[in-house]
Design a protein around this ligand. Structure first.
Ligand code: URP
Ligand code: ZN
Ligand code: ZN
Ligand code: ZN
Length: 484
């Protein structure tokens, strides 16, 4: 049995702050209390002991736009641990007409090198009887979330009828649908027009995806989910229009969660107007970065609780890969990195500025998503019996972000030059010390697949409510004679 004690730290969870040591035995938290001893000791003096981050939105070695994203499960999860994230959720993407279970085999092969625990969302990239029939088996295998792309017309996009059918199936099997909410038809038309007008640089990408395409699609997905009687998780909420739709729905009692990304919270649209083509193309992602007013809306949403989770959508392409789109912005592979920087950037721009409390930081980086994914309190908690996925956070440790020292395999960093204060002193993945005094000590293959059971409490509550309020025939006492 291996025993580790985290000593002299202050535990910060989504609801409590208190001083205690943490004893870890065989990868699990065994005891929490004062003056614990025995085993390897990690000194957390001056540090906060928090649940390791969970990033529910990453694309490692993603087949996309004619290439593969460069960070794979090896470099991607190493980057995650370096920044205090101890679990990632990738997206399993079946090709057109491919069996969901065959696609899963492919993802299982890719993830064998992971340094930290992981899971997948299953994408619904096409619709048919086979998909309908395989969805329960996907749930049996520990995947309770299904992703729907409302954009990327001609590739990953699904239409409303397919989405409605899939959402209803999710309801039946106790799963949660996710959406990438942008109106793919409108985007395709705007792209065509911009290109015809000679507007072919990376700024064309931003022009082709205005906030309205996101607001419209977000609202549509929310209403379709409500009609299907299923909760909904909206990924990469980037603008006020989408946030407004989520906020309004939540006020009406609809079960919707919104996920802003650290990139949208801290980087803005001016990046697309840089004179350097590479600079702008490296920041091309969907939805694009927005202006300050949208950023303020996202921060307010985290404060108000109308937005629930901060993720990265980590999908890292090299400069060479981005250059496929020289002369045609529609061919620039969409995606940016962020796995290593999410926690330090959010702490620096959230906790250090007073926009977030420390407990809110833990909630939006770990605990809220652990509950949504139905893996709480195994993950996202500091409790006896929880996995020892822990970050010992030094609020005084500082650095300037630069690609030259990052774990990610690409040749740049969208946060290059940003100064952060607040970094991991230690990161533990199921008890294994993967960051030690800031030094990364990864172990390929240590990461395990985390099974996520269906029927999250919110699914169950919503099903009960929908059943109670379903249309019912009125049993009448007096029936007039017909045909009179
Ligand atoms: O631009 C992005 N976001 N690339 C990754 C795929 C997606 O839409 O999430
Ligand atoms: Zn040591
Ligand atoms: Zn997306
Ligand atoms: Zn994504």
């Amino acid at each position: 049995m291996t025993t580790t004690i985290i000593k002299n730290g202050t535990i910060v969870t989504a609801d409590l702050i208190y001083r205690a040591d943490v004893k870890i035995e065989d990868g699990v938290i065994a005891e929490i209390g004062p003056n614990l001893s025995g085993g390897e000791e990690l000194d957390a003096t001056g540090c906060y002991v928090m649940p390791g981050g969970i990033d529910p939105h990453v694309h490692l070695e993603m087949p996309f736009m004619g290439t593969y994203s460069t960070d794979d499960f090896e470099s991607g999860t190493r980057a995650a641990l370096s920044g205090g994230t101890t679990m990632v959720v990738d997206f399993c993407l079946p090709s057109p007409d491919q069996s969901l279970l065959d696609a899963l085999k492919r993802w299982d092969n890719k993830s064998t090198r992971a340094h930290c625990d992981y899971s997948y969302h299953m994408a619904i990239t096409w619709w048919g009887e086979q998909v309908f029939n395989e969805m329960p088996e996907v749930v049996n295998r520990g995947i309770n979330t299904f992703k729907h792309f409302m954009a990327y017309k001609g590739a990953l996009m699904v239409n409303d009828d397919e989405m409605f059918a899939s959402f209803q199936r999710c309801k039946e099997i106790g799963a949660i649908p996710l959406v990438h909410a942008e109106n793919g038809d409108v985007v395709a038309d705007l792209q065509r027009r911009l290109m015809e007008e000679g507007n072919n640089g990376p700024e064309g990408h931003a022009y082709s995806r205005p906030p309205e395409v996101e607001g419209e699609a977000t609202n549509r997905a929310i209403m379709i989910a409500d009609m299907a009687g299923v909760p909904l998780y909206v990924v990469h909420t980037s603008c006020e229009q989408a946030h407004e739709a989520i906020r309004r729905a939540r006020q009406k009692g609809m079960r919707v969660w919104g996920e802003p990304l650290i990139q949208h919270l801290t980087l803005d649209e001016s990046e697309y107007f840089d004179k350097d083509w590479d600079h702008s193309a490296r920041r091309v992602m969907s939805p694009p970065f927005r202006n300050k007013a949208h950023q303020d809306s996202l921060w307010a949403g985290l404060q108000a609780g109308s937005l629930s989770v901060v993720a990265t959508d980590h999908c890292a392409f090299t400069t060479d890969q981005k250059r496929t789109g020289v002369g045609d912005f529609t061919k620039i592979p969409n995606g940016t990195g962020g796995l290593e920087d999410r926690m330090p950037m959010l702490w620096t721009n959230g906790v250090n500025t007073g926009r977030l409390t420390m407990q809110e930081f833990v909630a939006v980086t770990a605990t809220n998503i652990a509950k949504i994914l139905n893996i709480y309190p195994r993950k996202g908690a500091i409790l006896v019996g929880s996995d020892a996925d822990i970050v010992v956070w030094d609020p005084n440790k500082e650095k300037t972000i630069t690609a030259s020292t990052q774990q990610s395999a690409i040749d740049y960093n969208v946060f290059e030059g940003k100064h952060v204060k607040g970094l991991p002193r230690f990161t533990l993945t199921r008890g294994r010390v993967a960051v030690h005094d800031g030094e990364v000590r990864g172990q390929e293959g240590h990461g395990q697949f985390v099974e996520r059971p269906p029927n999250n409490p919110v699914n169950r509550a919503l099903s009960t409510w929908k059943e109670l309020t379903a249309p019912r025939k009125v049993e009448r006492t007096g029936i007039p004679a017909s045909g009179v």
